[in-house]
Each structure stands twice: as C-alpha cells, then as structure tokens.
Design a protein around this ligand. Structure first.
Ligand code: HEM
Length: 387
C-alpha cells in the first residue's frame, strides 16, 4: 500500500456532490488514500499532468479488471506500442478533419430531424428527447452500428457502465451487461457482413488489419465512453445556461462562442470524474512511496477546480479562460472522441437547439448527481411554439 496520508470521505455526500470534499483534500492532503474507495486519489492538476504520461509506473493495464473481463481487452487498458497501434487504427474515424468534413453534416441532419419533431410539442424532458437521442444518433454513425436504435445505444452503454462498476458482483447487473455486449456483437457481425461507410470505427479498424476481437472490444469501449458524455454535456450546458440568464444572453448574442461555453462546462462539471491506474513498478511521487499493484485514481474533476489555475472554480463562468482543464484526459489515453464531441456539441447540438427555441425550466426540479460520472439526470423544460 502507498505511504499516502489517509483521508476519509462521506461516500453518500461524495456521490451527491464530490466537489466540497475534493476541495478539502486539495488543501489538506492532495494525494491521499481514501479507504471508502480503496484507492489513492490524485487531486491536483500539476500532479496528474506529471503522473499520467508516466505509463511505466502509472499503468492503465488491468488484465483481470471488470472492464477487460466483460468487454474484452480494449485500447484503454493497454499501453505503449499495443495502445498506439490501436489509436492509430481509429484515427481516420476520429480525426479533427473527419469530424469537420464528415460527421458534422450527419450530426446536423440528426439534430434537424429531432428538432422538427420536438419543437411543436412546446414541452419535454430535453435530457431524453434531445440530448440522449442526439448522442445516440451520433454514436450510431461513428461506430457504424446503425442497426442499433438510439434507445438501444443508450441502454447498452448504460448496461456496460453498470457492469464495469459492479464491484459488489451483483449477478443481475452482470447478466444485463452480458446481454448488452451480446447485442453489440450481433450488430458488429451484421456490419461486418454488409460493410460500413468506410469512415466508421468498425470499418477503419478492419481496414487497418486489427484482429476482430480487438475491433469488437474497442467498439464496446467507444459505446461505453461515447454515449453518456455528450448526452450529459448537451443537457448540462442547456441547464447551466438557463440557470444563468446573463450568460445565456452572451452565448445567444455570439459574445461568447459555443466552443468556449462547452470548455467551461466540462471544466466546471467533468462528465468523467476520474481515470484509474495501477502502479506497475515501485515509484516515489512527491515524497509518497507506491508499491507495485497499488491502485490510484487521477481525479479530473478535482484538477479542473484546482485553485492554482481557476479562480472561484465552483462558479460557472463562460467568460473565464478554461483552456487548462483536463476533462478529456492528460496523457496518451486522451479522449479519442474529443473532436467528434466538440463538433457534435458546440457546432451542432447547442446552436441548432437555441436557433429553434429558448427553453425555460419548469417547477419540477432538475436533479444532478454522480462523482465518477456526473451530470444532470433530467431536464424538464417548456418553450413557446410559434403559431
Ligand atoms: C464530452 C464528451 C466526452 C468526454 C468528456 C470524454 C472524456 C474522456 C476521458 C476523460 C477519457 C480518458 C482519458 C484518460 O484516461 O486520460 C476518454 C477516453 C476515451 N474516449 Fe472519450 N469522452 C467524450 C466523448 C467520447 C466519444 C463521443 C467517444 C467515441 C466516439 C469517445 C471515445 C473515447 C475512447 C475510445 C477513449 C479511450 C482512448 C484511449 O485509450 O486511447 N469519447 N474520454
């Protein structure tokens, strides 16, 4: 076990809102062993940026981990050459150029179709009817698995997320995860038979010569990591702006770009709160000794509130410089879907919705929760319908 100081957390409060306890940790014990999570947490931005690229000591390989066992050995749980080869294989799908020249138009067509349907309704839970659906539609085309509906995409993604965090070994959760991965495998098989668009992730990995088992594992990774995050960011930004009318005005008038709004939102409320690593060789870091096999969490959510870089970090402020945030990661596993997500969220989802209508919140409370994954859980809204 590491020699880090022990810091106890109130897990229930942490799940509701991790930020107050993370703030206290940054001040008192920025690298600390938290018994309730059985992990040593890194909470400062500089420390994470220094440790994460050091893959010799802070390894993402976890052969017996739940993710590998349930979803196959994907690139997120590999290092060095093996990881680089698979990242390179998917580059033609996720490059900034493909996002701009290919995906943006497809995302825009989906957003238009959804908005055509929901705008006349004048009311709805935008979390589901817009954010979840658009995120699912985007992931269908990116992965190539268009035989899955957007509802199925969300369901299989959630079942895998539940499965890989099922530390208690709940058999029902495990069975649901197996059903989800089987459904994805079925969709992959049918895509491999019929052929994809050439741009989608399945096609690019096959064209690069990756073995089919790796194609399957990486598609499952992209689904488990590519559905909830854009969904939570789209819904979360709408909620944050509606709760800060003066900032909504700045975004609507173009005074602050949608891209900047997105950067500040993911800084303020990181949709993925942390990434796990395992110590692969003994190392001393900031005077703390780690042994092989120690488990650590790099807390992106805390780093994005690091007072050294962000003044009044708990305040949502689209006018601040948020560029130092690490909501997409800080090392070789930096989010592969970052450019596609920016195209989807900042170039399509937000400008298109607010061009049609400006929603308003209703009396029904918006619920927010989670620490490993954090976001709004519902977004009931109303809006005016033009005659
Ligand atoms: C706002 C949306 C998103 C956020 C905030 C986000 C965040 C992240 C984070 C924090 C990581 C781990 C980085 C690390 O360990 O250093 C990650 C990895 C990854 N993400 Fe995303 N993600 C988003 C959307 C997506 C989408 C839409 C896709 C799929 C198209 C995707 C695919 C991946 C993949 C494949 C990895 C693993 C990369 C690797 O191991 O090299 N992500 N993402």
């Amino acid at each position: 076990m590491s020699t880090a100081p022990v810091y106890n957390i109130d897990l229930k409060a942490f799940q509701e809102n991790p930020y107050p306890q993370l703030k206290d940790m940054r001040a008192k014990a920025p690298i600390a062993f938290v018994p309730e999570l059985n992990r040593t947490l890194f909470t400062l931005l500089d420390d994470i940026k220094k440790a994460e690229p050091d893959t010799t000591h802070f390894s993402s390989e976890q052969p017996g981990g739940l993710m590998t066992v349930l979803m196959g050995e994907n690139m997120m749980r590999k290092g060095g050459e093996a990881h680089a080869k698979e990242r390179k294989a998917i580059f033609p799908t996720v490059s900034p150029k493909t996002a701009r020249d290919h995906w943006a138009a497809k995302f825009a067509a989906s957003a238009d179709e959804i908005l055509d349907e929901i705008t006349p309704l004048g009311t709805g839970n935008l979390f589901e009817t817009y954010a979840m659906r658009l995120s699912g539609e985007a992931l269908r085309v990116i992965t190539g698995l268009e035989s899955l509906s957007w509802q199925e995409m969300d369901a299989v993604s959630q079942a895998m997320i539940d499965g890989i965090s099922n530390y208690g070994g709940d058999k029902t959760v495990e069975a649901a995860c197996h059903r989800a991965t089987a459904r994805i495998d079925e969709a992959i098989t049918s895509l491999l038979e019929t052929g994809g668009s050439g741009y989608d992730m399945c096609s690019t990995m096959m064209a690069a010569g990756l073995p089919e088992a790796q194609v399957r594992a990486n598609i499952k990774l992209a689904i488990s990591g590519g559905q909830n995050e854009p969904r939570d960011v789209i819904a979360g930004i709408i909620w944050a702006l509606l709760s800060h009318p003066e900032q909504l005005e700045m975004a609507l008038s173009g005074e602050v770009a949608w891209q900047q709004v997105m950067e500040e939102y993911v800084r303020w409320m990181a949709p993925i709160g942390m990434t796990p690593r395992r110590i692969a060789a003994p190392v001393s870091f900031n005077g703390i000794d780690f042994e092989t096999g120690d488990d650590v969490f790099f807390m992106f959510n805390s780093a994005n509130h690091d007072e050294k870089y962000f003044t009044n970090p708990e305040v949502f402020d689209i006018t601040r410089d948020a560029s130092k945030h690490i909501a997409f990661g800080a090392g070789p596993h930096f989010c592969a879907g970052a450019w596609a997500s920016k195209a989807l969220i900042a170039e399509v989802a937000l400008p298109k919705l607010f061009a049609r209508f400006t929603p308003r919140l209703t009396a029904e409370p918006v619920r927010v929760g989670g620490w490993a994954f954090r976001g709004v859980l519902n977004l009931p809204c109303k809006w005016e319908v033009s005659p």
